[in-house]
Design a binder for this molecule. Structure first.
Ligand SMILES: C[S@@+](CC[C@H](N)C(=O)[O-])C[C@H]1O[C@@H](n2cnc3c(N)ncnc32)[C@H](O)[C@@H]1O
Length: 334
């Protein structure tokens, strides 16, 4: 009867070590239930500060299942507000937004991760929550390794990585994304943490990274070169590259399966000798070792061979029984 509630309760109990760590690290944004590997594929339950965000991607929940999730929330997190976003149809878009809106669903709130403040909101004009929780290990690494550095954050979204760099003492942080609404959340995140050294470039990443790398800029085949913000060449101490799986742009396509190189090479050239390029690939079907080999080969071809390359695993609130989580975070030492 209470099958979903008991799956979620089990998942929560399995996180008892993590719960202690989160308390220590001042983290109240985490995954409570990762359905794919915990019993109900396509269903996730996350805490974002004062919110519980339940999402379904394959199939919507029945009223009975939803009541079970509510009951779990009331038992374990009685003070939090639960928002249910059903994204199981319509290209991952939230489809129950109008029917069931509570004023709290759309109210800006604040969460904390690693002692860093982030804006959170149950529903907003975009589809994804404003912080991707599986990238916490990346933010932890960046926070711990940014002191006194210049940092470039590509495909920054709401600038979680850039904010972690700023809190970690980076002397300059540049975030690049073409979405104005995501950068606006990033600016609010910078304000929440009193950061003054964080900059925002609203631009397609291709022309931005090629200018930093001092490479020529081209449009997609047969297309006129669109306008883009201009800046000079520059190399950074730390470059973070976290593109989406696939995206079409006027300057080229982002394609993490067939063409990581067209982003990796300019990112490499925009990283200082002795610096670090951290790159991500969240496509499950891309094999980790093959991907790492392709990065090494590309670096040699670009004349910037890597001194080392190391994988950072997501925290275990994203359990991965086969040891191959979809999100691969590679730290490349130049
Ligand atoms: C997967 S999110 C990146 C997540 C982010 N790294 C983080 O830490 O949360 C992808 C982002 O890429 C942006 N994007 C996609 N194609 C782009 C392009 N060609 N130029 C600039 N931004 C792009 C989207 O607007 C979105 O914010």
């Amino acid at each position: 009867m209470n099958e979903l509630k008991s799956l979620i309760s089990q998942a929560w109990q399995a996180r008892s070590d993590l719960q202690a760590q989160w308390q220590e690290e001042q983290t109240d944004c985490f995954r409570i239930f990762h359905g794919t590997n915990e019993g109900l594929a396509g269903t996730t339950l996350d805490r974002y500060g004062p919110l519980l965000i339940l999402q379904t991607f394959h199939q919507g929940l029945t009223d009975e299942e939803l009541a079970q999730v509510r009951s779990f929330g009331e038992d374990e997190f009685p003070d939090l507000h639960l928002v249910y976003n059903d994204r199981s149809k319509n290209n991952s878009r939230i489809q129950n937004a109008e029917e069931e809106t509570d004023a709290l669903d759309n109210t800006p709130m604040e969460g904390s991760e690693l002692g860093i403040k982030y804006c959170v909101q149950g529903r907003h004009q975009g589809q994804d929550p404003w912080l991707f929780l599986d990238l916490r290990a990346g933010r932890r690494y960046v926070k711990a390794n940014s002191e006194g550095k210049t940092v470039l954050n590509l495909f920054s979204y709401t600038c979680g990585i850039g904010i972690a760099a700023g809190v970690g003492g980076a002397k300059r942080v540049v975030n690049v994304d073409f979405a104005e609404s995501s950068l606006a959340v990033g600016m609010e995140n910078a304000r929440l943490n009193n950061l003054k050294q964080v900059e925002f470039i609203q631009s397609d990443v291709f022309p931005a990274i090629k200018q930093f790398a001092n490479m020529p800029i081209s449009a997609r085949r047969g297309k006129k070169l669109p306008k883009y913000p201009k800046h000079g060449p520059e190399q950074f101490d730390l470059v973070f590259l976290d593109p989406p799986r696939w995206a079409k742009s006027a300057f080229g396509n982002v394609d993490l399966i067939r063409d990581y190189q067209s982003l990796f090479k300019p990112s490499l050239l925009a990283t200082k000798e002795g610096g670090q390029l951290i790159c991500c690939n969240n496509v499950a079907q891309v094999d980790r070792d093959e991907w790492l080999e392709s990065l090494k080969r590309c670096a040699i071809k670009a004349g910037r061979p890597l001194k080392s390359i190391e994988i950072l695993l997501p925290d275990t609130d994203f359990p991965s029984p086969d040891g191959n989580p979809p999100l691969k975070i590679a730290i490349c030492q130049l």
